[in-house]
Design a protein around this ligand. Sequence first.
Ligand SMILES: C[S@@+](CC[C@H](N)C(=O)[O-])C[C@H]1O[C@@H](n2cnc3c(N)ncnc32)[C@H](O)[C@@H]1O
Length: 607
Amino acid sequence: MVYAYPFHNYCVPLVVTLRPALEKWAKEAGINYGDFSQLCENGETINSKRCKVTKSSWQRYVGTRSTDPKVGRSGCFCFKAKKGRRQGKNSRTNSNSYTGSFSLSSSSSVMAEASRIFYSPLVPNFRPLQKTHSTKPYTASFRRHSINCSVSTSDSARVAATGPIPWGCEIDSLENSSALQKWLSQSGLPDQKMAIQRVDVGERGLVALKNVRKGEKLLFVPPSLVISADSEWSCPEAGDVLKRNSVPDWPLIATYLISEASLMKSSRWNNYISALPRQPYSLLYWTREELDRYLEASEIRERAIERITNVVGTYNDLRDRIFSKYPELFPEEVFNIETFKWSFGILFSRLVRLPAMDGKVALVPWADMLNHNCEVETFLDYDKASQGIVFTTDRAYQPGEQVFISYGKKSNGELLLSYGFVPKEGTNPSDSVELLLSLKKSDKCYKEKLEALKKHGLRASQCFPIQITGWPLELKAFAYLAVSPPSMSKQFEEMAAAASNKSTATKDLNYPDIEEEALQFILDSCEMSISKYNKFLQASGSMDLDVTSPKQLNRRVFLKQLAVDLCTSERRILFRSQYILRRRLRDLRSGELRALKLFRGFGKLFK
Ligand SMILES: C[S@@+](CC[C@H](N)C(=O)[O-])C[C@H]1O[C@@H](n2cnc3c(N)ncnc32)[C@H](O)[C@@H]1O
């Protein structure tokens, strides 16, 4: 798929099986074995292949199945090493190639932030550990060193992630899913009525193998197979440091995931992590330029920027407060912004909140292979009776049908933000668009109105979610405040309170004298927003025609399509509101006109 990293097939067993021979070679070459433990190979199963190790310069291993010409289809692999570092007396500095024959036996083997308005049982609130705003939060360059690190707990080296993430798999492949299934059943997952398969919606998902009844409980994932803030660390020292520093659940689990992932086979979660997407679909991976270019019309752009800033801020805070003090436990080659983007991307798209476990947040292997359907109303939760994570089907499924759950009542924008997809137009009953309303700077009472808003935690410009079925009462209250004349200053406070979704004040305000102005104000804001969407959607056809690199073109086509789908669905809601507002205004004006005519008629009568 478009997001593909240039690296494919990271094969741990290869490294493990080759280790003695490679260690021997490394010793001869005066190189620390750990420094090149990051090896790729070009097939999933290799048996007794003749492997060639090429040492041309002293760099971390680079090579892929298809892009590095040194890695042929024959099963050879190579790595490059940087010249002149740690070259021992006996080093074969002049020899640039080692060829050997190795016998290889094994094969390679549900936040985000909850919406202000809608309660989401699946995805927890994300709060940064500490907001450390930098002026250019994610254009900053990150230092990358090429030293290897190992943990004291096991003899295995950690896998550094100085480039693309070396663990996980391609998002659209079934790579590693049978190993995951096998490992899960060996680890206590009961027999399942579903299996991981390629699917039309969500690329990979759980498909019914047998008839499933409506109201049936499925999954039964035992708590021992769940990753949460209480999970045991393969490197307990690292876990202890984070807990001593009271790191909250989200960053704690994010760090845990990186720590376990880097230990590859030495981690009990290896089979699970190997089946996770190497690059989750997430707005975290959009550059600032891409967000500005494709999401200019949508308020989701702001949310994405805020989220990226939070993730970067959280990472920076952890790095400054903790990682830098314990470099042996948290080496930068492993715990860096790239790995944090990956782990937060995984959490945003897979972490679930389990209400029956006091709202605990957790990664639930197997259950997190279920895709979302906007019309399904069933959620994951812990079931005390069966002592497992389950969901109860809200419909029947036949063998071969994909089984869905709900990730919560989320708008298309929220789904794009956390999960990287946009449902088909008109299929999401929870869809909404954020409409921005602003006080007019030229308003004589601007200051008083702003003060009233501030008292209730609001600003001069506020976003309100509009649905196809209508807008919230808060929006109408804000509109009343924005258009009210100085003579109504005594009501400013009441209006501002009603505009806040935090206050319990009466929301259903009614000011017939300014009703028309308020509706016109909302309509103007709506039309301003529609014109932004029109501009983007018209321009999108001719956008990116200048991109020549196929990889870049693919990525841009994909991102643009997501943006076009989002903007089309958001504009559709605005069009509906525009229609309703125009009709109401027409009725109001024709009603007033009729009343005026009647009044004038009476006037004439009395003359
Ligand atoms: C919890 S995972 C579900 C399993 C995922 N399909 C996988 O292969 O790992 C959530 C991810 O699945 C995909 N997904 C879930 N529901 C989807 C849908 N209705 N349409 C498109 N993609 C979906 C998105 O990539 C999302 O980030």
